[in-house]
Design a protein around this ligand. Structure first.
Ligand SMILES: O=P(O)(O)OC[C@H]1O[C@](O)(COP(=O)(O)O)[C@@H](O)[C@@H]1O
Ligand SMILES: [Mn+2]
Length: 643
């Protein structure tokens, strides 16, 4: 090993004992049980529902409480305790109303603090003390450690501990301590979080999800098609930008653009007011619980049309300059007979409804008006200036990838494009042919290049991001063509259908899944493909565990817009040292409902895989890294200290 490097390392480990201690520490960690991984996907801006799943660790918190207290507490007490761990601030407020006097309250504090300490002790039993220390509330580390590690064999210390707890209470610190301990528990029950794509779009609060993830102790993200659309927009792709604004208008979420990310929509509104009117095809989808005034709805409807038409024009430019995208069938504006108000697609002619083509010149239908160009320039300028969006997008890049190999599993939002025979589909990009893993790596390279050059708007990397959103061989889209235009303007529902990539029926087949795992150099006997993107229609009896357990689909639809078709409100997956469990979540009503009624939304847990022997850190990705560190430290020991 390079001696310069070892010299540098020796500055940190400046005596033999330090190196030896670290080696012993790392070796010990390798033999601990593997930490619990938590998989979620398709959050689609549903911050509240996501918070709940995160806070209860997909049922893990309640499970641990039950292990400890099933025999001593009633079901109601267990529910109350669990709710206190999920939402400590709010639940404390509610609980405190129940006590008639201070004495009763103090007694309750004493009991609860002891239970919480027990719970933490249990939940942290597979971690090192140092890891636990990092998870403890800063201001109480010393006190909590005293309480945690009390060995009271000789009962000498009993009064000492009782005194500590009483002091905390009488000094008015009990609430703070309980809140801190609740968050520590939440952190301990899940070691690492995987977000298998689609944080953005449809729901109202993707920004809050991003803030939560930024503050989360350990997370990775596999980008979803909606996430790359946002990345593309921020990175300079105008067509991606038009798309995100269109989707926000469609779902009545323009305040995300305007208020949350501070992007000025005034120029777009002015354009929209000038050329558009009311149009039933473009009215926003209402949030069930919110009322939009008629005036506001009309404004959104106009913006929605203005940005959709800009999007269709811009798409046409990309399709023309990238013939190898093979999307000429999507040059829809050119397939319109503007006099007859008809369109011919795939050889069939359909009447057009609810048209809004005031800015389109039939001779050159994809030409943007100067006003439209200016609006897009201003929007792009504004979006690239947004500090908050910059923070969120940089994090998405830093923690994200198109797919991830983690502890033997393949995590991917969309699909691996396949043909009907199950072969990896090929795509030619600038005269080179790619397929399978290589195609995905190429897509990711383009995305990173696009992000690194926000000043470019029309280069291949930028166009590629849009291809990832809607191209036939995109691993994120997974469908043959996106029929947005048809859904706005053509009645015939046949034209709305988006044909899925054969992957989506072939993934039921174990051999196919094994082949995909092998393509990614993963062990097909042990690995799983963990997929998001397509809602599992449990209502129709669809099983999220496919291909003899090799394939697990965890998009059950956090997205409210999709819950009526799925029948549930999302799947999540837990993978601990004993194996993998799939958790189905029922519809999440509200935080208030949980607080008052203790209704936990998760329902059935299903076993996916059981480990024959408890899995250790040694057998994980983290274990691999630790082994490398140990090897480096051994080199240092030899080079520097062993004479
Ligand atoms: O329901 P909407 O808003 O029309 O969106 C439909 C579009 O969303 C997509 O399903 C992509 O979003 P998902 O990744 O959530 O499936 C497209 O295939 C489709 O064109
Ligand atoms: Mn998706």
């Amino acid at each position: 090993m390079n001696s310069k490097y070892l010299d540098l390392l020796a500055q940190k480990y400046d005596c033999e004992e330090k190196v030896v201690t670290e080696i012993i520490n790392l070796e010990a960690i390798l033999n601990l049980p593997k930490g619990t991984e938590h998989f979620v996907s398709d959050l689609h801006g549903e911050y509240q529902a996501f918070q709940h799943v995160l806070r209860n660790g997909s049922g893990n918190v309640k499970g641990k409480i039950e292990d400890l207290y099933k025999k001593v507490l009633t079901e109601k007490e267990i529910k109350e305790f669990a709710t206190l761990v999920y939402y400590p601030e709010e639940k404390l407020k509610l609980m405190k109303n129940d006590f008639d006097n201070e004495r009763e309250l103090h007694h309750w504090y004493t009991v609860i603090i002891e239970r919480m300490i027990n719970l933490i002790s249990y939940a942290s039993s597979k971690y090192t003390r140092s890891k636990l220390r990092k998870a403890l509330p800063d201001q109480f580390v010393y006190i909590v450690e005293e309480l945690l590690y009390k060995t009271d064999e000789y009962t000498n210390k009993e009064p000492y501990y009782t005194k500590i707890v009483q002091q905390i209470i009488s000094l008015g610190q009990a609430d703070k301590l309980i809140i801190g301990l609740a968050y520590t528990t939440q952190q301990l029950v899940v070691d690492h979080l995987h977000v298998v794509g689609d944080i953005y779009d449809r729901g109202p609060e993707p920004d809050k999800i991003m803030d939560t993830l930024i503050n989360y102790h350990s997370v990775d993200i596999q980008w979803g098609n909606h996430d790359v659309l946002w990345l593309g927009a921020f990175a300079g792709s105008k067509v991606c930008l038009a798309n995100i604004i269109r989707i926000c208008a469609r779902y009545d979420n323009l305040d995300i653009i305007e208020d949350v990310y501070g992007i000025n929509l005034r120029p777009l509104l002015n354009l929209a007011e000038k050329y558009y009117d009311d149009n039933p095809a473009f009215r926003p989808k209402r949030h069930s619980d919110e009322k939009v005034s008629e005036e506001e709805q009309l404004q959104i409807t106009k913006i929605h049309q203005a940005i959709a038409i800009i999007q269709f024009k811009l798409e046409s430019h990309i399709i023309k300059r990238r013939p190898y995208f093979k999307m000429s069938e999507r040059l829809l504006l050119e397939k319109i007979d503007y006099d007859r108000s008809e369109i011919t697609i795939h050889g069939n002619t359909y009447p057009l409804d609810h048209t809004c083509f005031a800015t389109i010149n039939p001779q050159q239908p994809d030409q943007l008006l100067d006003e439209e160009k200016q609006v897009m320039d201003k929007l792009l300028f504004s979006i690239q200036q947004s500090e908050k969006l910059a923070r969120h997008m940089n994090f998405l890049m830093k923690k994200g990838s198109l797919y991830l190999k983690y502890n033997g599993n393949l995590l991917i939002h969309g699909c691996i494009p396949l043909d009907e025979e199950g072969n990896m589909e090929k795509m030619v990009i600038e005269d080179k042919t790619y397929a399978g893993r290589e195609l995905l790596d190429t897509f990711e390279r383009f995305l990173r290049e696009a992000f690194a050059h926000p000043e470019e708007t029309d280069d291949l990397a930028k166009d590629m991001v849009w291809y990832l959103w809607s191209g036939e061989y995109s691993s994120l889209f997974g469908k043959r063509e996106m029929t947005t235009f048809e859904r706005y303007f053509i009645k015939d529902k046949k034209t709305h259908k988006e044909r899925k990539n054969p992957y989506y029926h072939l993934r039921e087949n174990e051999e196919i899944c094994r082949k995909i795992l092998a393509e990614f150099e993963l062990n097909p006997d042990q690995g799983h493909i963990i997929n998001g993107h397509t809602p599992v229609k449990e209502i129709d009896g669809e099983n999220p565990i496919k291909a003899n357990g090799r394939m697990i689909v965890i998009d059950g639809g956090f997205s409210k817009a999709y819950q009526s078709t799925t029948g549930i409100a999302g799947y999540t997956l837990l993978y601990n040292s004993f194996g993998m469990q799939l958790v189905a979540h029922k519809h999440f009503n509200s935080k208030e409902d949980v607080l008052i009624n203790g209704t936990d939304v998760l329902s059935v847990k299903r076993l996916v895989d059981k480990e024959l022997e408890r899995k250790k850190v040694l057998e994980t990705n983290v274990g691999e890294e630790i082994l490398q560190e140990v090897s480096i430290l051994n080199s240092l020991l030899e080079y520097r200290y062993v004479k």
